[in-house]
Design a protein around this ligand. Structure first.
Ligand code: C2O
Ligand code: CU
Ligand code: CU
Length: 459
């Protein structure tokens, strides 16, 4: 695909009057503005440096969307158009990818595949319809370890067309930060960790705060949207003693069922829970395995006791035709030792899909798709993890249906990311109904950056 720089720069001069954040002499303030001129976009979203106090008494030089890290929550309604003017006030090129949204390729935010990088000082107008309701998110697709690591991650909530049965909801964005005791960033990705489970951050946070206390209305059923916006961590989510039901997985409704003992939420994945908040004064703890992530405190509410809401309405995703589907195999493999004698600046390559490693320095990689699908046809993907580490396998542009696994019983469901366990084999299916070149990768960011990414073409 060819781009002219001109298509992307179209008139930065107009920005002055359009409600962009004021640049004060002392501090600069940035925010997500509703612009005065609604003919071109609904939101202005600025990416810019922002010092955060993650460790008490210390500042961390984070990067933020809309003056917050995690970024400001964007909301829109199912079936409507979302138009975001994205303004890059960072000193590095970047893009925005809308994780889980089925949109046209030109809006998908992958540099050199769907658009040119947005250079410092430039803007790009994202404009697409959101066909599915649910919890989604947005993040760059450039220098991802650092850019997501510094805080460029945010929730995108698409509301149902009609009000759901929930009157209360909270978004909980999980992220662990790569910072030391003084709040300074540590390495976002180190080779020995990238070759294993990924480089973990040390400070766990929810909506940017470590182990916060969240107040919830007693007696109500609250919709908790839990988003894993972390670079590498799989959270083993549990809520001991709670009455909690799963309502949606990764942006798609499921038949409500108990949360059970724990749910493994890999990087990029989301879960929506209905939580029956207990009596006022009670506390629950939302945990990752044995570690407390947040305290949920029930506070008195004047509202009458609430019932469990019905299931959320299904999204309009095409049902794959399994009898006519063609089966394709994808092997995810560890090839650890190939980086001996690596030239300086060259990307490490520890991982491969079907014997091919993605090279983030090679802009031509997307021109060599790992599979070519025929528009409108159904496919079964046989996913095979040949390694000792888990991989949250994510596909852009289309939603797939998880059918079966050799490791656990599966109630078929639609998703954009499947957490493929150690040595697991799973079958997923989809209708190739969105033309384009779509990234297919592990969402452990340092796996993706050391080879575990490919493109799939639909034409
Ligand atoms: Cu969250 Cu390439 O995606
Ligand atoms: Cu994505
Ligand atoms: Cu991986």
């Amino acid at each position: 695909m060819a781009f002219t720089r001109r298509q992307i720069i179209a008139g930065l001069a107009g920005l002055g009057g359009a409600g962009v954040a004021g640049l004060g002499a002392g501090g600069v303030r940035y925010w997500l503005g509703r612009p005065e001129n609604l003919t071109t976009h609904d939101y202005e979203l600025i990416a810019a440096p922002l010092d955060l106090e993650l460790m008490p008494g210390h500042l961390t030089p984070a990067w933020a969307y809309g003056g917050q890290a995690p970024g400001v929550e964007l909301r829109c309604r199912q079936g409507e158009r979302l138009r975001v003017r994205f303004i890059n006030k960072l000193e590095v090129p970047t893009t925005i990818h809308w994780h889980g949204i089925r949109l046209p390729l030109a809006m998908d935010g992958v540099p050199y595949v769907s658009q040119l990088p947005v250079l410092p000082g430039e803007y790009f107008d994202y404009d697409f319809i959101t066909p599915d309701a649910g919890s989604f998110w947005y993040h760059p697709h450039t220098a991802s370890s650092e850019q997501l690591g510094r805080g460029l991650v945010g929730a995108l909530i698409v509301e149902e067309r009609e009000p759901s049965g929930f009157r209360h909801e909270r978004t909980l964005s999980l992220k662990s930060w790569h910072v030391d005791q003084q709040g300074a960033f540590t390495d976002f990705s180190v080779p020995r960790e990238a070759a294993r489970g990924g480089t973990p951050g040390r400070l766990s946070t929810i909506n940017g705060a470590h182990a916060p206390i969240l107040e919830l209305p007693a007696g109500q059923v609250v919709r908790l949207r839990v988003l894993n916006l972390d670079n590498t961590l799989t959270y083993r989510l549990n809520l001991p003693g709670a009455q909690a039901r799963i309502y949606a997985l990764d942006g798609n409704p499921v038949e409500p069922r108990p949360l059970g003992k724990e749910y493994w939420l890999g990087p990029g994945m989301r879960i929506e829970l209905g939580l029956q908040v207990p009596m006022a004064g009670t506390e629950l703890s939302l945990r990752n395995g044995p570690l407390r992530l947040a305290t949920l405190r029930a506070v008195a509410s004047p509202e009458a006791l609430a019932e469990w809401p019905p299931a959320l309405p299904a999204n309009p995703i095409a049902e794959p035709d399994l009898t006519a589907a063609e089966t394709l195999s994808f092997n995810f493999e560890w090839v650890g030792a190939v980086s001996v004698g690596l030239a300086q600046g060259a990307a490490h390559s520890f991982w491969q899909i079907n014997g091919q490693a993605w090279d983030s320095n090679d802009k031509g990689c997307a021109d060599k798709p790992i599979a070519s699908l025929q528009l409108g046809k159904s496919y079964i993907f046989e996913l095979r993890n040949l390694s000792q580490y888990q991989h949250p396998i994510h596909l852009h542009g289309m939603t797939f249906k998880v059918l079966a696994s050799n490791r656990k019983p599966v109630i078929p469901y639609f998703t954009d990311t499947y957490l493929l366990g150690k040595n697991e084999r799973a079958r997923v299916a989809l209708v190739a109904d969105n033309p384009g070149v779509w990234m297919f990768h592990c969402h452990v960011i340092d796996h993706m950056e050391t080879g575990l990414m490919a493109s799939i073409e639909v034409a």
